[in-house]
Design a protein around this ligand. Structure first.
Ligand SMILES: Nc1ncnc2c1ncn2[C@@H]1O[C@H](COP(=O)(O)OP(=O)(O)O)[C@@H](O)[C@H]1O
Ligand SMILES: O=c1ccn([C@@H]2O[C@H](COP(=O)(O)O)[C@@H](O)[C@H]2O)c(=O)[nH]1
Length: 202
């Protein structure tokens, strides 16, 4: 099994890159684990309180469960990946059965900040986009899809997203084997990553 970590700041294009990488791999050879599925269970808090959570700090992630799930997959077992709701700011009651595959992609802003998760990765990729690009993408997404208005998004960006990025996410870039520049779509980098995966798979 090949475990590939894909990190990078919010809006850098991790999900897009993952989709481009897996596009040409057979479905039964790859599975994706999203860090978002592993936000701590906040069911004990009302929505109003959950919305105040700092979701950009490593302590917001249940790394213990993520590690346990990666180990299960390595052992050939199917896991029940939690499903996260950005509108509810919480895990839902649903889970998605995720079967072990030859290639397991783990993606998320903070996945390379945890030493134990890092150690489990065979290839570590950091997707880079400039902060102004990421902020523009983030505003569009938060307002159109994730239930925040413009003022709330900008306030969050200044109070948590930007400082947490500087403190935790950007420094984790130093662990990357490959850095993908993604201010614009980067088909060359995607082709290189695909080639590396295919070489490792044979
Ligand atoms: N290279 C790119 N150029 C322009 N827009 C992009 C690029 N990569 C991603 N996007 C767009 O930016 C937004 C955030 O991308 P996404 O892949 O969800 O980022 P992340 O998972 O890192 O938060 C999406 O609307 C996506 O279509
Ligand atoms: O309930 C939540 C939980 C997290 N977030 C934000 O999501 C991003 C991470 O996701 P990306 O897709 O990598 O951008 C993180 O910056 C959190 O602030 C949220 O908005 N709501």
């Amino acid at each position: 099994m090949l475990i590939i970590g894909i990190a990078g700041g919010t809006g850098c294009g991790k999900t897009t890159v993952v989709n481009q990488i897996i596009n040409e791999l057979p479905d039964d050879e790859v599975c994706v684990i999203s860090q978002d599925s592993y936000y701590n269970d906040l069911s004990h808090l009302p929505l109003e309180e959950r919305r105040k959570t700092n979701f950009d700090h490593p302590l917001s992630i249940d790394f213990k469960l993520l590690k346990q799930h990666l180990e299960e997959l390595r052992q050939g077992n199917t896991i029940q990946q939690p499903v996260y709701s950005f509108l509810e700011c919480n895990r839902t009651a649903e889970t998605v059965p995720t079967e072990p595959r030859k290639v397991v992609i783990v993606e998320g802003i903070l996945i390379m900040t945890d030493p134990e998760i890092r150690k489990m990765m065979d290839i570590k990729i950091f997707v880079h986009a400039d902060s102004d690009e990421r902020l523009i993408r983030r505003i569009k997404r938060d307002v159109n899809e994730r239930g925040w208005n413009l003022d709330e998004t900008l306030e969050k960006y200044q109070s948590t997203i930007k400082p947490m990025h500087a403190e935790f996410i950007e420094p984790s870039k130093e662990y990357a084997d490959i850095i993908i520049p993604n201010n614009k779509h980067n088909t060359v980098a995607i082709d290189i990553v695909r080639t590396i995966i295919n070489e490792k798979l044979v």
